[in-house]
Write a protein that binds this ligand. Structure first.
Ligand SMILES: [Zn+2]
Length: 285
């Protein structure tokens, strides 16, 4: 098994075990496991929806056109209760990551950065010297409310205090809250380190200007909502799906198709255009 899968499965198992061990006596280990599992699953899913589906394909690349109220709802719910990520700063960093992939100017990682350096950069990225995030929607009140350092601090305190109050036990709340964030760091490392280091994954396109790789196993694809198909995505960043072959498992695309079924999203002309070298006969969207 590849090292990134060993680490990913280990984090999930240890997180759930810790929920059983640290569950307060009046709940017991099995209810503790149930609460910990629901918390983990719900906030992982919400963060994936927020970052990979809405911010990434909906705003940063404009491949998908979401209902504006839905974007604002996801922004508010995720950043009040879940894993806080400044949406404007994230979109700017992501656009710079595509512009300078693996070279000076990429806030995520330079080609020479190793595992520990990239782990540090997941928390404190290189500073951005350009502003590529001037979208009109960033002027709306939900974005102005959450996209600042004051709200970032408030969100951490609020989301933890609320969880603590709900479960009524400090240690149990800490285990769930911290465990979720360790898993999020692993998800971030899949995207920033393992899929930008040439010795992992595979390449469909031999682009020499970056180190983007595809990782296609079940756990990384599911956990990242398919963002680990980086080689495909960097080759054609505008396409609304990150799998470029029907044989590639694409969890993120399944979630987007479900939102389309609910009437929450449609393709943009840019997102629906299949480039000639992509081996897909139809988008299937
Ligand atoms: Zn992208």
């Amino acid at each position: 098994m590849k090292i990134y899968n060993v680490i990913g499965y280990s984090i999930i198992i240890f997180d759930l075990l810790a929920c059983m061990i640290f569950a307060p006596a009046h709940l017991g280990p099995w209810i503790g496991l149930l609460i910990g599992g629901v918390y983990f699953f719900f906030f992982w899913f919400l963060a994936g929806l927020y970052l990979a589906d809405v911010l990434h394909l909906g705003i940063a690349h404009r491949s998908l056109d979401y209902k504006e109220w839905f974007i604002k709802l996801v922004i508010l719910v995720n950043n009040f209760f879940g894993l806080y990520v400044d949406p404007v700063a994230w979109v700017n960093r992501h656009r710079l990551h595509h512009k300078y992939s693996d070279h000076p100017g990429d806030p995520n990682k330079l080609a020479s950065d190793g595992f520990w350096r990239t782990l540090y950069l997941c928390v404190i990225p290189y500073s951005c010297n350009e502003n590529l995030a001037n979208d009109k929607i960033f002027k709306s009140w939900p974005f102005r409310l959450v996209a600042n350092n004051f709200f970032a601090t408030f969100s951490q305190i609020f989301s933890f205090s609320l969880l603590w109050w709900l479960v009524g036990d400090l240690k149990f709340a800490l285990v769930m809250w911290v465990g979720m964030r360790i898993f999020a760091l692993w998800v971030n490392m899949i995207q920033n380190y393992w899929t930008h280091t040439r010795k992992y994954g595979y390449r469909r396109y031999n682009d020499e200007h970056d180190n983007a790789m595809n990782i296609g196993e079940w756990l990384p694809v599911t956990a990242t909502f398919s963002a680990c198909l980086q080689n495909n995505h960097h080759h054609h960043p505008g396409l609304l799906r990150l799998s470029h072959d029907v044989a590639e498992y694409d969890f993120g695309f399944i979630t987007v198709k479900f939102m389309k079924y609910l009437g929450l999203v449609k393709a943009t002309a840019k997102g629906a255009d299949i480039p000639k070298d992509v081996p897909l006969e139809a988008l299937n969207f």
